[in-house]
Design a protein around this ligand. Sequence first.
Ligand code: FAD
Length: 621
Amino acid sequence: MFTEYDVIVVGGGHSGCEAAAAVANMGQKVLLVTMNMNTIAQMSCNPAMGGVAKGQLVREIDAMGGYSGIVSDKTMIQFRMLNRSKGPAMWSPRCQSDRMRFAETWRLALEANPNVDFWQEMVRELVIKEGRVTGVKTGMGLEIPAKAVILTNGTFLNGLIHIGEKRFGGGRAGERASTGLTEQLHALGFASGRMKTGTPPRMDGRTIDWSRLTRQDGDENPAKFSFSEETSPLSKQRPCYIAHTNQAVHDILATGFEKSPMFTGRIQGLGPRYCPSIEDKIVRFADKNRHQLFIEPEGWNTVEIYVNGFSSSLPEDVQYEAIRKVEGFENAKMFRPGYAIEYDFFPPQQLKLSLETKLVDGLFFAGQINGTTGYEEAGCQGMMAGINAVLKIRDEEPLVLKRDEAYVGVLIDDLVNKGTDEPYRMFTSRAEYRILLRQDNADLRLTEKAYGLGLANDERYQRVQEKKAGIETIRKLINTVSITPDQANGMLTKLGTSPLKQSVKAYKVLTRPGVGLNDLKAINPELAKVLARYDAETSAQAVIQIKYQGYIRKERELAEKMIRLDDIVLPDTFDYHRIGALSYEGREKLSRVKPASLGQASRISGVTPADISVLMVYIGR
Ligand code: FAD
């Protein structure tokens, strides 16, 4: 029934979809096996993409030719650029999505690709011959051959759903758990752990008194995620709202604590620290008598409402009674209760930087199975696993994005070298080179790589080349054109900054706080004439590069130093136990992780700077 596929992707979540797209767009045949074709790219929790650091990930996926950005743009109902009051390194795009359209658009995008085949079933077993994966076996007993397999099982592996004292197997509300794979992987020598996450109740928007909530609109001039011209910013948006819990809400929630799976110890898995349940919040912050809730529509037309901040696994009647004490929710009806889910994950130190497992050749893991949380974190891993599975079967070097090249690189490097004992989500603080890794320059950083892999088309590549040339021209111009006091002082006084005493180069004026390119254009006709040739994005990029050039240069220099360490290769066969001068922990960790380079070795937790010096001396010999 099946001929051999190049790659089989197990799971049609955010990770699996990006993996399948990458494989197919690189020209290889891929089979997406997923338990339920109707839930491809399902948003299990909040109907939103992006946010702080996650928005940067979506921009990077897009620059690499992935679909998350395009699908988000096509299905968003509101857009906001978060942290706009801070420097550009912190700007983070976030959108509110139409949950149903998001999933449909993803599915249609995959269906439009003739290299993607689909099969709806549960994969129960991997077929492994001589340490190499050669296919999968399904619940019905079908054996499907492939050269490489990517597991993206999300929250489904032995998933256990909790609502109060009720407990039942499931990978997500209304869906079966995946069984069999964890046990087989254990038998192969893999270690696994248990994590948990939770989701809030969904309410009936027709029964909420919106007039008592605070309205939160999207940006006046919304931007978008994708660098491609396939999508455009929203011309109309749906508002979100803000509400608050109060003491009465907390008191009712507390009546359910004795039945809480969290507090009675029935949930063993570790949850996401930055996404606590409402019961967790009222216990941990007992002195606070209210917590903010974001009331988010689930789509353009549906009346279903997501109550962001009210994640709970308390009994459904307690959730219901408590939420009706929130101002504006007095008569609210519930569509679905919140719940918590526990699932198996595989500590990611068992992976190479390519996301291929160290134990089984040709087997890749991506997404929540690696201990991460979030659609964006899952999507970018899926994309990288897809790319590397193709490179593997072509016998080519894997693509590893470095920490100064992409947040995606930071994420994978963190996972593989440090592991994680709680659900890992991306933050800007995880990236040491965040001034280099801005959301605005993801295309400049990554399009060329995507083009080399066949993931970005000629048009995208050309546009980036033109943008680069434009930025260079503008930078040169701003560095050479002089501005006289006569030209500048009116504008500078208006902006409340000191006037010029003598002529200076334009960049000196532009780097002053509050001065923009439009101000320079207005006072200098030569600049105005040249700048008129460039679009807003190119000009904005040039301005960022000029205004922050000192910081950018400093980070680049730091990164270069680290790259030199990354260039020193450590062979797979290196026997660290033989180097007595290494610390005991250093020897253990280095032997376990088997870093590919001295740079990677330096980032393994437990490996000290002294260990690195020892290795340098040893390699020098
Ligand atoms: P998933 O999106 O879970 O997709 C897994 C896919 O694999 C599914 O399509 C499933 O059908 C398929 N599958 C599984 N096993 C098999 C098998 N053996 N054979 C065939 N197909 C299989 N993230 C946050 O960032 N914040 C949150 O607050 C948050 N809360 C969450 C609450 C809940 C209740 C859940 C379920 C998830 C939550 N998440 C949250 C996580 C978010 O949904 C995931 O991070 C993201 O969806 C992971 O993507 P993925 O592709 O790895 O897996």
